[in-house]
Design a protein around this ligand. Structure first.
Ligand code: NAD
Length: 261
C-alpha cells in the first residue's frame, strides 16, 4: 500500500523537489498540495488547494510535509487542528517563532511531529560532530559559524546554522542564547571568550553551505557541509515520512530517524 502525502508550500522550490521524487516512487502517492491562494493551482496534474479548502486533502493523507513559511505553517496548524489529528506532520520550514513552536507542541499531542532545520543525513551527522568537537576542544577554541544561501532566503542565520550553534553550546554545556553573536560591525571590541559567532552570506542560487570553524591559537578545525541540490533535503524528508507514519503522538527528530540519538 502506498504512503499518501500532502505537501504544504507545494509550489515552492522544496515543494517542487518533493513532488518530483514522490512522482518517481511507486510506493508514494501525492494526494495534493496546499499553498497560498495566489499560488494554489493544479501543478502537473496535482491539485493544490488554498488553506481554506484543504481539509479534505489533509484527511486523505498519512503524512503532511511542510516546507512553506512560519506564518503559513501557523495558519495550517490553527485552522486544521481537527483534520491533522492522527496524521504524521513533518516540518522543514525554518525561522519558526514561539507561536509556531507552541502550536507544534499542541499538534504533537494529536499525532507524531518531526521538525528538522535540515533533512540531510550528512548535516545531522555534522550536528553530532560539532557537539563532539566543541566538547573535546573546549572554550579555548573560538567558534564561528558561516552559512551561505540563495538570495531569496528570508531568515538569517539559517535554521541549520542555529542548530549547529545549539550543538556547539551543548558540547560546552552553555545556553546558546547567552553566547550567541550575530555578525560584527562598528567597534564590537575584543572577542569575548566563549562567544559563538554567526555570519550569513546571501547570493545567487546557493542551495545551502555551512562551515563550523574552531579557531585555536595554534590550529583551526573546520567542519563543512555543502549541499549541491535541493533533492538532498527532499529525499531526507521522505525517508523521515516513511519512518514517522504510524508512530505514537509526540515530538521526534532526524536524529531519531537516523538512529543517531
Ligand atoms: P520557496 O519560497 O521556494 O517556497 C515557499 C512556499 O511556501 C511557496 O509555495 C509559497 O507560496 C509558500 N508560502 C506560503 N506563505 C508564504 C509566505 N508568507 N512567504 C513565503 N512563502 C510562502 O522556499 P523553499 O526554498 O521551498 O523553502 C521553504 C522553507 O523550507 C524555508 O523556510 C526554508 O528555509 C526551508 N528549507 C528547509 C530545509 C530543510 O532541510 N529543513 C531545506 C530547504 C529549505
Amino acid at each position: 500500500m502506498s504512503l499518501k502525502l500532502v505537501l504544504s508550500g507545494a509550489t515552492g522550490r522544496m515543494g517542487t523537489a518533493l513532488r518530483r521524487l514522490i512522482e518517481a516512487d511507486s510506493e508514494l502517492e501525492l494526494v495534493g498540495g496546499i499553498d497560498r491562494a495566489d499560488a494554489a493551482e493544479r501543478v502537473g496534474g496535482v491539485r493544490v488547494a488554498p488553506l481554506a479548502s484543504s481539509a479534505d486533502l489533509i484527511r486523505q493523507a498519512d503524512a503532511v510535509i511542510d516546507f512553506s513559511a512560519p506564518a503559513f505553517l501557523g495558519s495550517l496548524l490553527r485552522e486544521h487542528s481537527e483534520s491533522l489529528a492522527g496524521k504524521a506532520l513533518l516540518v522543514g520550514t525554518t525561522g519558526l517563532g514561539d507561536a509556531e513552536r507552541s502550536l507544534l507542541q499542541a499538534q504533537a499531542e494529536r499525532g507524531p511531529v518531526l521538525v528538522a532545520a535540515n533533512f540531510s543525513v550528512a548535516v545531522n551527522l555534522l550536528l553530532i560532530l560539532a557537539e563532539q568537537a566543541a566538547r573535546v576542544l573546549g572554550p579555548e577554541y573560538d567558534v564561528e559559524i558561516v552559512e551561505a544561501h540563495h538570495r531569496r532566503k528570508e531568515d538569517a542565520p539559517s535554521g541549520t546554522a542555529l542548530a549547529l550553534g545549539e550543538a556547539v553550546a551543548r558540547g560546552r554545556s552553555v545556553e546558546l542564547g547567552s553566547v550567541r553573536r550575530d555578525g560584527r560591525s562598528g567597534r564590537p571590541g575584543a572577542r569575548p571568550a566563549g562567544e559563538i559567532g554567526f555570519h550569513a552570506i546571501r547570493g545567487g542560487d546557493l542551495i545551502g553551505e555551512h562551515d563550523v570553524m574552531f579557531i585555536g591559537e595554534l590550529d583551526r578545525l573546520t567542519l563543512s557541509h555543502h549541499a549541491a541540490d535541493r533533492s538532498l533535503f527532499a529525499a531526507g524528508a521522505l525517508r523521515a515520512a516513511r519512518w514517522l507514519v504510524g508512530r505514537p503522538a509526540g515530538q521526534y527528530s532526524m536524529q531519531d530517524v537516523l538512529g543517531l540519538g
